[in-house]
Design a protein around this ligand. Sequence first.
Ligand SMILES: [Zn+2]
Ligand SMILES: [Zn+2]
Ligand SMILES: [Zn+2]
Length: 247
Amino acid sequence: MSRLAHRPCPSCGDTLQVHVLPAQYGGTVEIDFCFACHGIWFDQMENLKLAPEAIATVFKEMHRHHGEPRTPLASRMNCPECRSRLVQGFDIVRSGRYITHRCAERHGRFSSFSSFMIEKGFVRQLTKPEIADIAKKVGSIHCSACGAPVDLRKEDACSHCRTALSLLDPQAVEKALQAYAPAPARPTPPSWGSPEDIANAVLAVEKERCRVQREAPRPRMTVQQAGALGVDLLSVGLVMLSSLWDD
Ligand SMILES: [Zn+2]
Ligand SMILES: [Zn+2]
Ligand SMILES: [Zn+2]
């Protein structure tokens, strides 16, 4: 029943990992992940068919892999089906603007994890005063969409891809998870509303990541690879809210 196995990631060319997830009105949907690129390939319309519990699985998978080195997206990406060049565009929803990469032959599209979260309404954008406050403790952060560094003292969005700085919204995530698995015993998500909380969370995740890297030194990396290892706000959110999906 599975369609073609071993399809290549549109960006890095490694084999996409297929996950079979429940669909909204019964049946299943196959979703392809590339954890190195923080990306998901959706065949035409698959994204809309995902059942709420499938969305929770996507979150769990993103969280499980959040600490792994990230490969910056290639400037040219190819459709895993027909190999034609994916067309970059934008979509706008209530929680922000996100980048899309679609196949012109309508085979599907490639979404970064952050685009997926914006699209599904799981994030809120930081306000300028919040960014200014966070910048007092944290100088720069990496863009959740493209991995480029963002200087919080000078910018309130990524100067490379123009994606706004967004945070996971604990209430929205909790609501989505409740929709499929009402769990009265689940711990209340930690509140991290204040800029101070956010800055502290970023520093904690950064510290943990440095510790892991020291203990398991990786082979030599290019400057670009090393840059892509930086902490981004959505991975920080995944760590902060991990009590919601660690079972
Ligand atoms: Zn990839
Ligand atoms: Zn195609
Ligand atoms: Zn960016």
